[in-house]
Design a protein around this ligand. Structure first.
Ligand code: 13P
Length: 263
């Protein structure tokens, strides 16, 4: 059976409000014909763009998300953003645990467990990012790290929320200008480790949780990644920040996926 595919981008700390809206409108127009019964598209811009983006973009075509969120609804949390504030804007998606949040801003697995719980209990589709560092890979402990990150952050997830959970596997060493993409074999192998951990956590419903690959996805590797059995989507940084480029990447991936023989 053909599975739903996911394509999205985190805009990180790039693009002002004007540029974000222009980008989103262009992407919405370029991808208007893509069947949303088969493909989910999402973009995660900066907080300052959310209000206008929510007014101008149809989230049944492109879901909009936040790059982080506090686990509390209000309180003395200077610089944080509350689930109620994101709900008020009408956002549907929250990304948690991006490697830049973990490694530059010190977010721990325990903090992420609280954030995942808060995000799901406020009704957000929740995209949890996990991934090993280059050192962890060199020590040969990538699988252990992925399992710890998943099993800690997802400890309390309730059955009613399984359908709102997405995972992004983003090996830290593969992200950004100094990153090098994981080989498709390596990515598939780690997605399979993640799939097994999800099934251990959630039983056979773990098979239905989408696992997206991120880290130097580009026009050269998108098609070969998306056809891997345990890769359900692509979470793209730099190669998505031009709407035309992202549209081409999505279509290359869709074409590769759709022309595979049915298993
Ligand atoms: P790049 O695609 O630029 O490596 O970024 C990936 C990423 O961090 C997506 O969240």
């Amino acid at each position: 059976m053909k599975k739903r595919l996911y394509f999205g981008s985190n805009l990180k700390m790039y693009k002002n409000v004007h540029d974000t809206i222009a980008y989103l409108e262009q992407l919405q127009q370029l991808t208007a014909d893509l069947n949303r019964e088969k493909y989910t598209l999402f973009i995660i811009p900066s907080y300052t763009s959310h209000e206008q983006a929510c007014k101008k973009i149809n989230q049944s075509l492109i879901k909009l998300g936040a790059q982080n969120m506090c686990w509390e609804e209000q309180g003395q949390f200077t610089g944080e953003i509350s689930p109620l504030m994101l709900q008020e804007l009408g956002l549907e998606l929250v990304e948690l645990g991006h490697s830049e949040r973990r490694h530059i801003f010190g977010e721990s697995n325990e903090m992420l467990r609280r954030k995942v719980n808060a995000s799901l209990s406020h009704g957000f589709t929740t995209l949890l990012c996990i991934g090993e560092t280059g050192d962890e890979k060199d020590y040969g402990i990538s699988d252990e790290i992925l399992r710890i990150q998943l099993k800690t952050a997802l400890l309390d997830v309730k059955e009613q929320d399984y359908g709102k959970l997405w995972i992004a596997y983003e090996p830290v060493w593969a992200i950004g200008i100094n990153g090098r993409p994981a080989t498709t074999d390596y990515a598939q192998e780690k997605h399979s480790v993640i799939r097994t951990a999800l099934v251990e956590l959630f039983g056979k419903q773990g098979n239905d949780i989408p696992i997206l690959y991120g880290g130097s996805v580009n026009l050269d590797n998108a098609a070969s990644l998306i056809v891997q059995p345990d890769i359900d989507g692509l979470f793209v940084g730099r190669s998505a920040w031009d709407a035309q480029n992202f549209n081409t990447l999505i279509r290359d991936a869709v074409m590769a996926y759709d022309t595979q023989p049915l298993v």
